[in-house]
Design a protein around this ligand. Structure first.
Ligand code: SAH
Length: 202
């Protein structure tokens, strides 16, 4: 395993003994449920330079993306202070650069304005798809991606979000369904935000 991922897990194990960060009980489970899950996302980030992870928790997927793709500038937004402190500790210990954990609520207008627009917005296990897209759209740059990492209910959520998506400037461009080694069904949904203005013709 990558040295940084190993160190991340060790820190997680240490902190998790005192506070409930995630319900993970072994390194193997951490690798299957987190590392392998985030690996599935990496091929979609080829063009991405800046990314925000909303409701990052103990840093998934944001910290793992930073480790796997160090050139991407990563921002983590998390509402629970102790989880942000943990992410800060991981950033310090692993000497990660261009990654900023922020304590705040994703739908906070001031935060949205302050952070500006990102090439990709990502989130796992936070809001239902419709609510997520309503928030994520605000953080995405024109032409940027809003990525949802979902569980087995994804198609139902997609139906429920249908009307919103129809009216929005987001287009579903890719759906990838897969299973974790433990058998759990997961899916990645990728939406692309329309460019504000079409590029001018010569
Ligand atoms: N993405 C992580 C954590 C999922 S749990 C993972 O997949 O492991 C959901 C997280 O979202 C929690 O840590 C919770 O504190 C955070 N959260 C809930 N509402 C939020 C909000 N409005 N803004 C930012 N974070 C929020």
């Amino acid at each position: 395993m990558n040295e940084k991922i190993k160190k991340y897990y060790e820190l997680f194990e240490k902190w998790n003994a005192k506070m409930n960060l995630m319900s993970i009980s072994s390194e193997a489970e951490f690798v299957d449920k987190h590392v392998k899950d985030v690996e599935k996302l990496i091929p979609y980030l080829k063009e991405v330079k800046t990314l925000v992870d909303l409701g990052s928790g103990a840093g998934v997927p944001g910290i793992l993306i930073k480790i796997m793709k160090p050139k991407v500038d990563v921002t983590l937004v998390e509402a629970t202070r102790k989880k942000v402190s943990f992410c800060e500790e991981v950033v310090r210990s692993l000497k990660l650069k261009e990654i900023l954990p922020i304590w705040g609520r994703a739908e906070d207008e001031g935060l949205m304005r302050g952070l500006g627009a990102f090439g990709a917005v990502v989130s796992r296990a936070t809001w239902d798809l419709k609510k997520y897209l309503m928030i994520a759209d605000r953080y995405a740059d024109g032409g940027g991606l809003c990525i949802a990492m979902k569980g087995s209910r994804w198609s139902e959520e997609l139906r429920e979000a249908g009307e919103f998506i129809e009216k929005s400037d987001l287009d579903l461009i890719e759906t990838s369904e897969y299973k974790l080694e433990g058998g759990e069904k997961r899916a990645i949904l990728i939406f692309k935000k329309a460019l504000l203005q079409p590029p001018e013709k010569e």
